[in-house]
Design a protein around this ligand. Structure first.
Ligand code: SF4
Length: 328
């Protein structure tokens, strides 16, 4: 039996004070990942700061057209919100592609972004894992790694980030809003999660005690089409082998005015396909051009023994998604 202190905060200042930026402190919201990890012994906080009473559960439209979604908005409410469904269909689809109905009713927006990898070795205390216990090694590298990263991994860690929502937010140019004792900040979602490098224990750029308060979705260009597609081993309740979020806006002549593309299931963070986007912007989206742009993007891939298949899968999925969003 491990004991811990449980505190319930009513505002962000009280939450930050209770957390104190200490290694052993954790914020608790929906608890759908953290509590499981505590039961497994992967997480052993000495202090849990319950933030569910903080006023962060609203969705609001701001004067500049930004949709602000509070960090405590439940995944099911986020997915069903009429503005999200109409204006950001890829975000709604990504949320509905994740977990189960019961979990989506409990899981929060902030918690979704902060969930930990589902690498089996991370959750198995008898195995070495640099993310769980820095300096012990990476059991996945020579072990079972079919589900692991093909882009941006390091000698220290080859895990993928499990969030579907984060992939759709990355393609939507969304931002994460935070609060911290020294002042909050706004972080692009594409810069919020880290590549593992030498510090795989750090999933995000958050400082100790920094609290996610909301995500901000900018208005898409007029006529933008967007979608999220996920390939997984079974029809529901499984993490992505590869997923794709994309949005496309075309000019009257059919050329791409804007292309936004992000992959999930391939890296330690949502993988924004900057190179492919640059090659496609301003161009007609023909099958040949899209294929060439995706091949160029994926030249950066470094597959492992058992996940070479992800490269072709990512290319084919993204091509189908982009061409499906393109008006003839
Ligand atoms: Fe741990 Fe990362 Fe290696 Fe998995 S891939 S065992 S999370 S270090």
């Amino acid at each position: 039996m491990r004991t811990f202190t449980y505190l319930r905060a009513t505002d962000a200042e009280e939450a930050a004070r209770a957390h104190g930026g200490r290694d052993g402190s954790r914020y608790l919201a929906g608890g759908t990942n953290l509590v499981d990890l505590m039961k497994q012994g992967v997480e052993a906080p000495d202090t849990l700061v319950d933030i569910t009473r903080l006023p962060m559960d609203a969705v609001s439209e701001e004067a500049d057209g930004v949709l602000r979604v509070g960090a405590l908005v439940r995944n099911s409410d986020f997915a069903a919100h009429p503005v999200v469904r109409a204006r950001y269909p890829a975000v709604s689809e990504a949320l509905l592609a994740g977990a189960s109905g019961q979990l989506r009713n409990a899981a929060t927006t902030g918690g979704n972004l902060l969930q930990r990898t589902r690498c089996v070795y991370f959750q198995e205390l008898s195995m070495p894992c640099n993310k769980r216990e820095p300096g012990t090694g990476c059991a996945a590298r020579e072990g079972v790694h079919r589900d692991h990263a093909v882009l941006g991994h390091s000698a220290a860690c080859i895990a993928t980030h499990p969030s579907d929502l984060a992939v759709a937010l990355a393609a939507a140019d969304a931002e994460v809003e935070t609060a911290a004792p020294g002042g909050g900040r706004v972080i692009p979602v594409t810069e919020f999660h880290r590549l593992p490098g030498e510090l795989p224990e750090r999933d995000t750029v958050l400082e100790p005690g920094e609290l996610v308060t909301a995500v901000r979705l900018p208005p898409p260009l007029d006529g933008t089409r967007a979608t999220y597609r996920k390939v997984r081993d079974r029809a529901s309740y499984a993490f992505a082998l590869v997923s794709v979020a994309a949005q496309v806006a075309q000019r009257d002549d059919g050329a791409a005015e804007q292309v936004r593309l992000a992959f999930g299931g391939v890296a330690h963070r949502p993988w924004r396909a900057w190179r492919a986007e640059a090659e496609l912007t301003g161009q007609p989206l023909s099958e040949e051009r899209v294929t060439a742009a995706l091949d160029a993007e994926l030249t950066a891939a470094e597959p492992l023994r058992d996940n070479v298949f992800k490269i072709g899968l990512a290319r084919d999925l993204a091509r189908a998604v982009l061409l499906g969003l393109t008006r003839p």
